[in-house]
Design a protein around this ligand. Sequence first.
Ligand code: BF8
Length: 657
Amino acid sequence: MKYKYNVPILNAEMPGKEDVQKLTPNPATRELLEKMADDGCETCFDRFEQQQPQCGFGLRGTCCRMCQWGPCRISEKNPTGICGKDQASAIIGNLLRALVAGLSAHARHAHEIYLSIRAAAAGKAAIPLKGTERLMDLAGRFGLDTTRPASELADQVAGILLFDLSRMEAEPMAMLAAYAPRERRETWERLGVMPRSAAFEVMEALHMTTLGGCSDWRALAAQELRAALAYCYSTLFGSSLATEILYGIPQPRVTTVNYGVLKSDHVNILVHGHSPVMVEKILDKLNSAEIQARARELGAAGIVVGGLCCTGDELLARYGIPTVTNIMGQELALGTGAVDAVVVDMQCVLPSLQQVAACYGTRIITTCASNRIPGAVHIPFDPENPETLEDDAHKLALLAVEAFAGRDRQRIRIPRETTAAVSGWSYEAIMERFGGPKQIAGLLRDGKIKGLATVVGCNNPKVPYEYNHVTITKKLIAGGILVTTTGCSAHALLNAGLCAPAAAELAAPALAEVCRELDIPPVLAVGGCVDNTRTMRLFIDVADAAGRSMPEMPYLFVGPEPGNEKTVGQGVSFLAHGVSNVIGFPAPIPVPLPRKPAGAAAEDDLERGSNEIADFFAGEGLREKVGAKVYTEPYPELAAQTARLHIRRKRQALGWD
Ligand code: BF8
């Protein structure tokens, strides 16, 4: 068998700490990197340098570790694994396994929320059902009798959502049937990629990729789409909308973010992770007169709560609670020396957190049985036995506040940066501000807004921290493209000031005018990663209002710094909906560089290197199937140009330019 990928590979120069110091946009990051180096406290930026050079097989997705015969490194010398698996199957199999690992993470999150709704409905725990509007909306969409009492409806809705997570037979997913556009459903039916449930598609993906399983990469690619649709509707739509049943639909609020929100004379508590149930209860307790008085008794002037990662994004959206930073900034936040306690639930919590905490005397508290950290205080929330929630939250709030007493305060240095922001851009808030999907479609058609892009996802040490998020986004808004954002990307854009109305001055004149007229920023922070649902609903409803299919629309999904396995499903979900992706480093696919063909005369007579998987994602394969493709571009200036060109081509095809 011929090895097809013996061509140079699209790669980025790996940045060292010096490059990060030069390029990272937030001055607070630079200050804290220096401080932590002076304090002798190691971070992921140090460990990234120590890991260089990283394995080329891993980087290209050509290492197969799916059985105990391997690991097999697929190369020119050895074009198949020991079992005979070829390169394409190895690469797409790795991607599929990453996607379903991410799907499992989101499914576990969703499971906790759905069981919490059940517990609330049964009156087993003091968990609210504040989002009556969302409950009634979903009950109506699921065909329930909306005259029944709210607790009964909540229990029924939770049951339907749990079935979307777990169904084993070939029946439609309820959430997909309720929200997916008809044209998309017909496309997915035609492609044979309709999903059953999260659990079934995870099972099938692992089954297909086990030793002696599926060796047809096209069938694996179809399962990638199927699993992404299960991901999208059972765990993104499910979690996001179910969380609104519990805590209500966010509304815009003016707030302040960034490291400078921490205060040296206050108790500083960071909340971190993804599932909101325990943290919401802890917030209630922290606001109580008793805990506030305890903080003052210990000598603190008050209590500051700051958000990390998606828990931070969600609390920012719901209450305007200030966010501090994202996955790669979590160690830096502790490096301020000012953090008394970090309360973490699930996912994206660096295992190093306890070591950094030890440097600064910070107390780490874990609240999810799936996410233990040795040395941390552990009081888990169990939605099946929620009766202790109230007492546990009280205990945790007290533990967090009492961490203030007796800490070494000599190492405190809080960067001054604070940044204005407007949070709370739920789907409903966006619609209210614009007047509805028809109005947004009109602004797109008239060219006042050139396109809609969502800039999302993690950080990755393979690019200078946050540089790609901020650089691409500035160029998108300068090109008249309205941006939504979630996850770690949102933290970068919030701290860069792009989520404040004043950022309109960086936008193209027509977009700036729209922003000023509606008093919105050009970058709308819509929530945590599961709240990509809000952007997807926006895209679906605006396309419908414009009378166009999703693939025709000037939309883009931009993931400048993908890191967690969860982001694979995000990108593929949007692809399945006909929304192209612009992805930064790293895609674990060998993307060949253009090269001079043998015998070519001119220096610039280049041809694109080719392989099946890169062609499937970036060429016609996927585009013919779902109407969208992937652009991989690690250099943010070029990525933004690609994005703007894509939007322009869509507009020209629609006759809007
Ligand atoms: O779900 S963006 S590093 S925080 S995975 Fe994690 Fe990635 Fe950050 Fe939330 Ni999303």
